[in-house]
Write a protein that binds this ligand. Sequence first.
Ligand SMILES: CC(=O)N[C@H](C=O)[C@@H](O)[C@H](O)[C@H](O)COP(=O)(O)O
Length: 267
Amino acid sequence: MTEDGMTGGRRTPVRPPEERTPGEARSAADRDHARVLDAMRGRLTVSCQAYPGEPMRDPRTTAQVARSVVAGGAAAVRVQGPEDIAAVRAVVDVPVVGLWKDGADGVFITPTLRHALAVADAGAHVVALDGTRRPRPDGRTLAETVAGLRAAADVLIMADCGSLDDARAAQDAGVDLLGTTLGGYTGERPRTDGPDLELVDEMVAACSLPVVVEGRVHTPAQAAAAMARGAFSVCVGTAITHPTTLTSWFVSVIGSDQTVDRDDRVP
Ligand SMILES: CC(=O)N[C@H](C=O)[C@@H](O)[C@H](O)[C@H](O)COP(=O)(O)O
């Protein structure tokens, strides 16, 4: 347990579950969940992820990036993969939103109950999973996945949604938080340049659960706009933690190495 009393997944129970009465276990989990939500409410979450094959794809690097963003004021971090989640949990005291990407098409964000249990077991306080209405690889519905996860782990559950219909269905399935994460990636919504603020408005108006605005938040002004529209938290990834993409934004207007006369380069 961290100093502020937060626990996550099945790694850090307040007391061994077998020693707790059902009532004690429930109220301890409720307290932990409230602390996690209080820490995130109205604040910035930073996604610390590298993609397969990239130089930064290493749990030690992810942990250092996570420490760096927490030093800058991030209230929570979002981390991909059980190894990275465990590495980050060991070095930060803020809530960890965990996910496990498997593949890159269709349902790939924590796509099955097995993936969700592994994310919880790695120590995530919040398990983020695909919250769309698409068929899932293991044949379970989102509601069945949520129920299976709740039966095994005291975690909060975030549904990464691609549309208002997804968000409504995810809320009915029993998740705790809704994310706009997949807006623009499932074919139901256009991929806006910045965050899909129209989707934010729709979800905030129609859903009672906290809405995390995530996806293409590239500037502080966009983050502020999302908060002003009722976001519970704003999650920024690429614009803070993905130097390859950030570099390409500058290169796209200045020109790449190929345009420089190599003899003029500083050794
Ligand atoms: C669609 C998808 O796979 N989103 C992923 C979810 O974890 C990540 O690749 C994003 O980086 C993350 O959502 C943060 O978004 P952005 O990097 O745009 O700030």
